[in-house]
Design a protein around this ligand. Structure first.
Ligand code: NI
Length: 246
């Protein structure tokens, strides 16, 4: 699987890309069953963010279920991510996967953020992107991805953490008119750069929103000086505690 040159160009200009298909219907059906099993698995390292609904995340499910790395979703996601990063697969510096679940009619929003704001890599400027794949058709009402085109061209912006196991959010407002929503069929995918501003709304629809997200890292660049990310310490401490159930 390969992206067309115009798609690669679009990604570099805008910091995101949506494609209607990354795997087969057959795999989606199989994977949906596995996804439900993992969500219910008490051994999984999971965090539930509450607030106007639930946002249920399972971190690195592929550690418990390594067969996830054999799926077409993963293989195609990795191949296309490397194409967009401009590297060979052998040059990958690591990856991280997580499942992001919003129940039908009861999923909370994921506030505007840049993924790199979540990363404890203050000495480096990341060269990474994420592949986001829904197993259900996604709409604005069920929480499809929304992006601010071109926002990947700046550095990591200030974020804030509200104590009480909350997702991070951009410390500032995003003009709603500047956002582009990307509804997708099940089995489609979006790609976004690690500094692209993105958001998903609450799931107010009657359809559950099961998504799997894969972050792929190319070698980062060392910064001239490390940057402060004061929002991270509280977030990491609280979510780790919550995931471990203490
Ligand atoms: Ni994100």
């Amino acid at each position: 699987m390969q992206l067309a040159p115009a798609e690669v160009e679009f990604f570099h200009a805008n910091g995101y890309l949506a494609i209607p298909r990354i795997t087969s219907d057959e795999e989606i059906a199989r994977f949906s069953e596995l996804y439900d099993r993992i969500l219910a698995d008490p051994r999984a390292f999971a965090v539930k963010f509450h607030g106007g609904g639930t946002l249920h995340q399972v971190m690195s499910p592929d550690l418990l279920y390594p067969e996830l790395r054999e799926t077409g979703c993963f293989r195609n996601g990795r191949a296309l991510a490397c194409q967009l990063l401009g590297i060979e697969e052998s040059e990958l510096d690591g990856f991280f996967t997580h499942m992001i679940y919003k129940p039908a009619g009861a999923g909370r929003d994921t506030p505007w953020h840049q993924d790199e704001a979540y990363w404890d890599n203050a000495a480096f400027l990341a060269h990474s992107l994420s592949v986001w794949m829904p197993l259900d058709p996604v709409t604005v009402e069920s929480g499809c991805m929304q992006f601010v085109p071109g926002s990947h061209k700046g550095d990591v912006l200030p974020h804030r953490y509200q104590p009480g196991v909350q997702p991070l959010s951009l410390d500032g407002a995003v003009e709603p008119a500047s956002a582009v929503a990307c509804p997708l069929p099940a089995g489609g995918a979006t790609f976004h750069h690690c500094r692209t501003l993105h958001y998903t709304g609450p799931n107010t629809s009657g359809v559950e929103r099961r998504a799997w997200s894969l972050a792929f890292h190319a070698k980062p660049a060392r910064r001239a000086a490390p940057v402060e990310r004061p929002w991270l310490a509280g977030f990491l401490a609280d979510t780790t505690k919550a995931a471990l159930g203490s």
